[in-house]
Write a protein that binds this ligand. Structure first.
Ligand SMILES: [Zn+2]
Length: 67
């Protein structure tokens, strides 16, 4: 079982989830195909649920709601 990563888009910096081991993810904000290994990993979690909780927490602190 891989973990779930929280990564930052290499283009717009938006945060979203990627499964550990996944090569690419399409950014939900700008539709850029992001190389998961090259992207900045903000955090990692043991499950997708935990990852979404962390992501929500980060967003609330940064005031990401305008994105
Ligand atoms: Zn993006």
């Amino acid at each position: 079982m891989g973990s779930t990563l929280i990564i930052a888009c290499t283009r717009c910096g938006g945060l979203f989830l990627a499964a550990d081991g996944q090569k690419t993810r399409t950014c939900p904000y700008c539709s850029t195909r992001v190389d998961v290994r090259k992207a900045k990993q903000v955090a990692s979690a043991k499950s997708a649920f935990e990852a979404s909780e962390i992501l929500r927490d980060i967003k609330s602190k940064k005031g990401f709601s305008r994105e």
